[in-house]
Design a binder for this molecule. Structure first.
Ligand SMILES: O=C(O)CCC(=O)C(=O)O
Ligand SMILES: [Fe+2]
Length: 408
């Protein structure tokens, strides 16, 4: 045996303790006698303490609220089905199938496979998720996942590598939401009114109401704008639209998602100002995306809302767009439906909603917009897209549904 020996070999035996410290056994005996006396004298005190402990225990609320009806359904439960077994979907596609009407078109299959999404938990046998649904079926899954195959090759990977792609639960353990909704019905109107009243230092102006488009003439200093452009100097790449290179968007982009950029005090200060104005936490924001348009470059009319309400990060609720230089000619942000064109001005910014104030999970039809072609010079800008829920932590956990645009 090694010199150090095992912990068990070194642990003093209770008898040795009693021999070495007789006062300890006397004290313990006295304490036990005292407790017995208290319980005998005030049984309800002991009982209340026991109930309080039970109420704090996990699952206590369910126990407490179990109504007579709950008791009846527990009695009627078929044998062999555990009382606590959750109602689960067996496929990550269930929410989408349900939205497409499959629960009605294909009721038997769907009730078995997607009871949660079809809302038929009472009819479907409750069962724990089969362990086999959360496994990799190929030993290369982990390395494929690390090289981005869960996104690039989603059909194959979601079938064969569920574990490595982190899609085991309805969202997969990597994708659990860590935050409540940042925007509730009515919050957006209140946020815009508050921004108008509370941030005179940014010179807010209403460009449009219903839907809101608010301009902040003085959102950042020239030095801050120059600094943000300089951070990206060597990191621009062709912009993507909806995850791919597309002729509708011809600019270059740079995601501020690497260490030096994320840790940059100016980036952090600007992100915090955006959070203060919008009342949406910094972690709900995608990483800042800096864009550069050369002469003739543009982003055709599009909508920024790209994430399903069921996705872990939820919908994109706001866009905060900052202008990082003065553009000699062209490059306006145009909201055709609102008959509004915003001219780029260094240090200014615009904020608009991508969802409805009254139903913040639904797309706001008024805020389609376009980056008009730059006619002379270059245009630099920066997007911050803010989501309903925490975006950054699920993205850091490599959750598939934050990396990929998701559809309703
Ligand atoms: O460049 C602009 O004015 C707007 C850019 C934009 O809409 C986007 O990048 O989604
Ligand atoms: Fe946009």
């Amino acid at each position: 045996m090694s010199k150090r020996g095992s912990a068990a070999a070194r642990a003093p035996h209770s008898k040795d303790l009693a021999a070495r410290a007789p006062w300890l056994s006397i004290a313990l005996a006295a304490l036990a006698a005292l407790l017995a006396a208290v319980c005998a004298a005030w049984p309800d005190v002991a009982l209340r303490a026991w109930h309080a402990a039970l109420e704090r225990a996990p699952g206590a609320r369910a126990r407490k609220s179990s109504s007579p009806a709950g008791a009846a359904s527990a009695r009627a439960r078929p044998e062999g089905i555990a009382e606590q077994a959750p109602c689960l979907d067996d496929s990550v596609a269930c929410p989408q199938w349900a939205r497409l009407g499959e629960c009605a078109k294909n009721p038997n299959y769907m009730a078995q496979t997607c009871p949660l999404s079809c809302g038929v938990c009472d009819q479907a046998p409750r069962r724990t998720r089969k362990a086999s649904t959360c496994v990799d079926e190929d030993e290369s899954c982990e390395s494929w996942a690390l090289t981005g195959q869960c996104v690039k090759n989603a059909d194959f990977m979601l079938a064969k590598c569920r574990k490595s792609c982190g899609v085991c639960g309805p969202y997969g353990p990597a994708c659990e939401r860590l935050s409540d909704a940042a925007v509730r019905p009515g919050d957006m109107n209140a946020t815009f009114e508050r921004a108008l009243a509370h941030f005179p230092e940014y010179s807010p102006q209403v460009m449009h109401r219903d839907p809101w488009v608010m301009r902040f003439d003085n959102f950042m200093s020239d030095a801050e704008a120059d600094h943000i452009v300089a951070l990206c100097a060597d990191s621009f790449q062709r912009s993507l639209a909806g995850d791919r290179v597309s002729s509708v968007r011809t600019s270059d982009q740079c995601w501020c998602n690497w260490g030096t950029c994320l840790d940059d005090p100016i980036i952090q200060a600007v992100e915090q100002r955006i959070a203060d104005v919008t009342r949406v936490p910094v972690v709900n924001g995608e990483f800042m995306q800096i864009v550069r348009y050369g002469e003739g470059q543009f982003y055709r009319e599009h909508h920024d809302q790209n994430s399903a309400s069921w996705s872990p990060q939820g919908v994109r609720v706001y866009t905060f767009f900052m202008y990082l230089n003065d553009v000699p000619e062209g490059g306006e942000t145009s909201f055709r439906k609102l008959a509004l064109k915003v001219r780029p001005k260094k240090g200014s910014a615009i904020l608009w909603p991508s969802v409805l104030d009254s139903e913040p999970n639904k797309t706001e039809p008024g805020t389609y917009h376009e980056a008009m072609p730059v006619l002379a010079g270059v245009k630099y800008g920066a997007n911050v897209w803010l989501h309903m829920h925490d975006f950054r932590s699920v993205s850091q956990r490599h959750c598939l549904f934050t990396m990929k645009n998701t559809e309703e």
